[in-house]
Every structure is written in C-alpha cells, then in structure tokens.
Design a protein around this ligand. Structure first.
Ligand code: HSE
Length: 321
C-alpha cells in the first residue's frame, strides 16, 4: 500500500467513470502485452452504500448477472474490500458498451472500473498497480484464468507488459503518439475459455525463439518510436495459427489491412475481434474501410472502431454528490 494517503472523498457519494476497452496479446505477446483504447469503453457509476459488500444495482446494454459473486465487477470489488475493509459497501451501475466475448477486454473494463472507482472514493489507499490483482479476480471469474494483459492496460493506460504474474510484475511501456488501432468485431461469440482450449501446450524452440525476438523488438520499437520495427514485430507464429480457425474471414481481413497500409494486424485478445495498428488516423480509417469491405460481402454483422491508444487507464468523469 502507498504510505501517503489522499484524503478519503467523504464529501462525495460516488463517481462516474469511463472504463476503457483494451487489446491483449498484440500478436507476439500472448498473455503479456496489452494496450488501452481511447474510444471504446463502459460507463460506470460507483456509489458508497451502508450495506457491506458490493451490490450491482443495474446493467444497461447487456444481460449479465447482478449477483456480485457472479459478476466480474462485483468479484473484483469484493477482492479489494476483502483486503482493505470487508465492512464497507459500494453500489455499482454499469452501462455496458463493450460486448462480452468480443475480444476487446469487456470483463477487464468492468473489473478495472470497479476497483478504480472504489479506490478513488476511499482516497486511493492502493496505487494503480496494486489494483491489478483485484481486477484479475474478475478475469478469473470470466474465463477461469486470472490473466493480466487486459486489466493492466485498462488500469494503467498505454502499452503494458506482464513480466510475471507470481508475484505480479507489470511494466508500463511508452506509446508512440501516431499509433492508431482499428478493431473490427464480427458479431459471433468466441469464449476466451474456448479460445484458450484450442492452444497447444508445447511450442518448438524454433517458434519460441522467433516469438521472443518479436516481443523484444516490439518493446524496443515503442521506446524508439520505430514504426518500421513495430511493423516487422507484429507477428505471431504460435497462438494466431491455432486460433484463427475460430474467426471467419481472418486471412481476408489480414490481407485487407496490409493492402490498406496497416503496420500489422492480428487477433484482438482471444477474438473474434481483429485489430490492426496504423501510423496516423488517415491510414487507420483506410484500414477500417478495407476491413469493413471484407465483412460487408458476408452475412456476418460487425462493429468497427478506430481509436488512438489511450495514454491513461480508467478516467474519472465526475463526482456524484
Ligand atoms: N491473453 C488472453 C488470451 C486475453 O488471449 O486468452 C484474453 O482476452
């Protein structure tokens, strides 16, 4: 815990916040790399309550469980309270704009928003990094695996790298400012647990060498703002080949991104969303048109988003008095 406490926001009943979507893996960095998105996310309101524990008051936009123990925001909030003070109580309202199972960190956004909001109202007894393990409990509920590659960027913003989960060690990485993400979400559901189940548990040394070379190069490219190196390192020889069969028109989407000038593309998190990274908004919009053209020829409905990388994580919009 931080030694210096901010004052608890006793004059404030609650807070309204934006909980951002995120792209995990970023091609070569399965379970370790992630980035935060600026234009896509949930709106949440966290309020103090006289009843101990977490109450999810309502969820707009999606049919998700309201019982705290079955809800990712509830579980993450309860994990924080178990550590800080189980006698305290909070209510959570969620406007769910990120569809669960879309591959852009829906569960991570709700979990991150819950712990960030509660921490804010408590006067920030935990640092942002210290909130990550609580939010990871939401991920454990959502897919059985407490991965941190969505919750870390959702809380910290920018690019993040999970060096280890036990004990947790997260590195915040720099964000080249011209980088813009395009994400297409084909409206079919791919459950993270299913997308993890198709993965092989053994990897050849040859593939491992290529993968860790690309992760290292990608990290270097962020520090150096080297878009060419970033482009070369957006390669995944391990997870993408296994998972791409779950995503209709995946190869066509990748080809379209390349032709439209993207630096690279791949599966967003566990899919089915496909992301591309481009240098500049103009190219990112061209990439969006190219991806859209692929799925417009099919029966598959889709959403498409173009978003810069968000430099900070959960944003507090206004205090509720
Ligand atoms: N790294 C996780 C996976 C992210 O790919 O399974 C899930 O969103």
């Amino acid at each position: 815990m931080q030694i210096l406490y901010e004052l608890e926001k006793v004059d404030v009943t609650g807070v309204r916040l934006f909980a951002p979507a995120s792209i995990a893996n970023i091609s070569c960095g399965f379970d370790v790399l992630g980035l935060c998105l600026e234009n896509i996310g949930d709106i949440m309101e966290i309020r103090r309550s006289n009843t101990a524990g977490i109450q999810i008051t309502s969820i707009k936009g999606q049919d998700l469980p309201l019982e705290a123990e079955k809800n990712v925001a509830g579980v993450a909030g309860l994990a924080l309270l178990a550590e800080y003070n189980p006698q305290l109580g909070f209510e959570i309202y969620i406007e769910k704009n990120i569809k669960p199972g879309s591959g852009i960190g829906s569960s991570a956004a709700s979990a991150a928003g819950a712990v960030a909001g509660i921490n804010y109202l408590l006067g920030s007894p935990f640092s942002t990094k210290e909130l990550i393990p609580f939010a990871m409990e939401g991920e454990r509920l959502a897919c059985g695996s407490a991965h941190a590659d969505n919750v870390a960027p959702a809380l910290l913003g920018g690019f993040t790298l999970v060096r280890d989960t036990n004990p947790l060690d997260i590195c915040a990485l720099p964000t080249p400012l011209e980088l813009v993400a395009t994400v297409i979400h084909p409206k079919i559901e791919v459950k993270t647990a299913d997308a993890r189940a198709v993965l092989k548990t053994r990897v050849s040394l040859e593939k491992a060498i290529s993968q860790w070379a690309n992760v290292g190069a990608l990290v270097s490219s962020l520090y150096e703002e080297d878009y060419e190196l970033l482009s070369k390192s957006l390669v995944d020889g391990i997870v993408e080949p296994a998972r791409s069969i779950l995503i209709p028109y995946f190869n066509e989407l990748k080809d379209a991104c390349k032709k439209a000038g993207a630096l690279g593309s791949g599966i967003s998190g566990s899919g089915p969303s496909v992301f591309a990274l481009s240098r500049g908004m103009t190219t990112a919009n061209h990439v969006a048109q190219a991806m859209q053209a692929v799925l417009e020829k099919t029966e598959i409905p889709f959403d498409i988003h173009v978003s810069p990388v968000k430099q900070s994580g959960v944003s507090f919009l206004e205090d509720i008095t």
